[in-house]
Design a protein around this ligand. Structure first.
Ligand code: CO
Length: 467
């Protein structure tokens, strides 16, 4: 029997700890095992981007670029992958095209091979600039479809989007189920539909949140998927990805060649078991996140969002409102035109749902980002927002209809000037560009300057739009 090939990307260095414990794994806990991971036979190590940069400078007081360089050094034979939020990069607003270009240039230079690029709204205009930059610097562009369920997200919708991403010049396609709501049957149907219109390698990304991740992967693999994302057992399941070792064994037995060495995976698992126990003991990892939560299938709330809501409500001493907030999320989601629940939309909707529940009156408090979204500054929502709802929040303000970044002037040089003598490298300028307050405070610390700025800042800041 000829073996079919299925490749596995390991997420323990990025999505697994982002989903389970708000991205708090330190570089020091990663580095001792990277050489071993380099020998395991993974398709790629997802190790950067997403929330890792923010968490590194905000909470861990670490240099995210240094982490990347160290991983690169210790994993010379394995592709390194990052998650890039299109025009948002790894921050929370739209950046001008020159920042996108510079960020991608530096990420390639420091070691990234594969850029998984997505836009929260599946608006291809928002991934164009990142795609151009990734091509320009010779890296792999994996263009991403965010999976969500609504009346408009039909098989035809995904087929059309796949065609569009393929024609744009994708090197591979990722179907990204950040919420863990992709069921086995739908996975198989979608994989087949996507394969009908695109010859590109297809990567499926899911979370075990609702307890069906492994079945979903099997169905996707049987349907013809080429790559799946898994996490090594100590950081797998729950809100994280399905387990690398188990999937490997099961798929090998079914006649698939994963290219992975199970005995090396075991060593990696033994290492991470110690790391996991440390985070469990210190309370950074809440064991609740390791359980399956079928509510995800009902509320369609991504793992990362569940853990964020959990900690937001804990901080507000309102953990008893958890179920109320989970029920409010789909209502806000509908009001906002069913944007896929992924950063930054997941935070916006989560925060709005928390506000709606805690203030006791819906939309009494509306974050600036939600207003910006209603102004069209994030792109096009999958379903148009109802006029009366929009008007109730932003009045008769004009709504942007072209590519939002068309309204952004080049900003790198200006930011470099602003940063002054803290701008020792382009990477420093990017840190400041992406996280103005937290980034500056981090750089002041890094270069031994007295801290003058608060490290607290709202989770998102407004883009510098000009008229
Ligand atoms: Co994910």
């Amino acid at each position: 029997m000829t073996e079919k090939v299925i490749r596995i990307t390991e997420t323990v260095l990025r999505d697994a700890h982002q989903s389970l414990m708000a991205t708090r794994m330190s570089t020091a806990d990663m580095l001792p095992i990277i050489e071993k991971m380099n020998q395991a036979g993974y398709y790629a190590l997802e190790c950067w981007g997403g929330a890792t940069y923010d968490a590194a400078i905000r909470f861990l007081k670490e240099d995210p670029w240094e982490r990347l360089r160290e991983i690169r050094k210790k994993a010379p034979d394995t592709k390194l992958q990052m998650l890039l939020r299109g025009q948002n990069l790894i921050g929370y607003r739209h950046y001008a095209d020159d920042i996108v270009d510079k960020f991608v240039e530096k990420a390639v230079e420091n070691g990234i091979d594969i850029f998984r690029i997505f836009d929260a709204l599946n608006d291809p205009r928002n991934i164009q600039a990142s795609l151009d930059a990734v091509k320009k610097y010779g890296a792999h562009a994996q263009l991403t479809i965010c999976y969500t369920i609504s009346d408009v997200h039909t098989v035809d919708y995904y087929r059309t989007l796949t065609k569009e991403l393929t024609e744009m010049g994708a090197d591979s396609i990722c179907l990204k189920d950040m919420a863990g709501i992709l069921t086995p049957k739908v996975a198989r149907d979608l994989v087949r539909a996507i394969k009908e219109v695109s010859d590109l390698p297809l990567n499926i990304h899911t979370h075990s949140t609702s307890g069906i991740g492994q079945m979903t992967y099997l169905a996707a693999v049987e349907g013809g998927a080429n790559i799946i994302d898994c996490a090594i057992s100590p950081f797998a399941e729950g809100t994280s990805q399905p387990t690398t070792e188990s999937l490997t064994l099961a798929l090998e037995e079914l006649g698939y060649d994963t290219g992975l060495h199970v005995e090396i995976l075991e060593e990696i698992a033994d290492y991470f078991k110690i790391i996991r126990n440390k985070y469990l003991d210190s309370g950074v990892l809440d064991p609740k996140m390791l359980f399956s939560e079928p509510k995800a299938l009902i509320y369609q709330v991504p793992g990362g969002m569940l853990s964020n809501l959990n900690s937001q409500l804990k901080q507000a001493n309102a953990i008893d409102k958890y179920d109320d907030v989970l029920q409010e999320v789909p209502r806000v989601w509908k009001d906002l035109g069913f944007p896929p629940l992924v950063t930054p939309m997941s935070q916006m909707i989560g925060t709005q749902a928390v506000f709606n529940v805690l203030s006791g009156k819906r939309y009494q408090m509306v974050p600036t980002e939600v207003k910006d979204y209603l102004h069209g500054k994030y792109g096009k929502s999958p379903v148009p927002v109802a006029d009366d709802f929009r008007i109730s929040i932003i009045g008769n303000d004009e709504v942007m209809t072209d590519r939002p970044a068309n309204h952004l002037k080049p900003e790198f040089e200006q930011l470099k000037l602003e940063l002054g003598d803290l701008a020792k490298t382009d990477e420093d300028v990017l840190t400041y560009a992406l996280f103005p307050q937290v980034g500056k405070a981090y750089l002041q610390k890094k270069y031994g300057k007295k801290e003058s700025l608060t490290e607290e800042e709202p989770i998102r800041i407004q883009a510098r739009y000009h008229k």
